[in-house]
Design a protein around this ligand. Sequence first.
Ligand SMILES: [Mg+2]
Length: 360
Amino acid sequence: MPGGDDGSDLDLELEYRPFSLALETPLETADGTIESRDGFLVRLTAADGQVGYGEATPLPGWTESPADCETALARAGEAIQEGPTAALEAVDEQVAARHAVSLALADLQAGREATPLYRYVGKGPMVGRVPVNATIGDGPPAETAHAAREAVDRGFDTCKLKAGRRSVDDDIDRVRRVREAVGDDVELRVDANEAWTYEEATTALVAFADLDVAVVEQPLPAGALEGHADLRADERGDGVSIALDEGLLEHGVDAICEAEAADALVLKPMALGGIDVARKIAAWVQELEITPIVTTTIDGVVARTGAVHLAASIPDVPACGLATGDLLADDLGRDPVLLERGAAVVPQAKGLGVEGVWDT
Ligand SMILES: [Mg+2]
């Protein structure tokens, strides 16, 4: 490809190095306990000295394995000599690696244009803040209500409650306690993480409609495409939106739109192959009146900041799941994103706005 603003005129070097970030609290999962998040930090350097950073933090069940990620990054490191397009092709099948390489390219290019990343990718107006939801863990009712109240006192006006580890009746009770604790003006979302049968989901939706729950995320297993479409069509849960998260990975956006299986989609750029991929999906589904919700997994500061820029580049973005930095005990570098009164303050420095990550 001839030279141009995609960076193909640049002499680029791609380096990567592994990192391991301890979690604040070990995470119990079906596959065992996770104590750290391990991945690769990517640095692109142009001959003119401009640099760009990317992060690949593979997540079991969502992305390629760490070994496949590293192999893909090594391929990209060689392919970059033929230009950015070749480097992206080298990681096309590995979503975490592709997220890192595409983010580093965008960071470098936005830096060369002296533009914050969200304006480089979105070409849109200046955005000062993006709304962020609080995430409330799957604790007992009183603890859940207390945590939600505390989040609202800190300025959050959207709370996402984790559910699905107890009986549906217990979860309904938890949501009721939360609604009582936070009042009527707070948006409540419930993430069931695939836990329910159709009957259980219907029971929950009827109660949630009453409690003015705005969104239920992934009520049924990821495979249940028709089931989610049926839930949406079922008037018993009217007023509660259905969001798909795990289901997006399983089916892809085409099948979900065709089946009319979702009112909202949870977009995790690190599991979708990059903020460029996530942005395309967001723009497309917004035309179909499906709401994109940008969400991070537990990632280092480079990937989290990329997600904040992604959210800032999406017009009318709703409250997003971007407040996950507290779950890490250490990080790759200083966090340029201030979380303040239920919003992320978007960095306005050039590129990602993340500094010093390679030196520490
Ligand atoms: Mg989810």
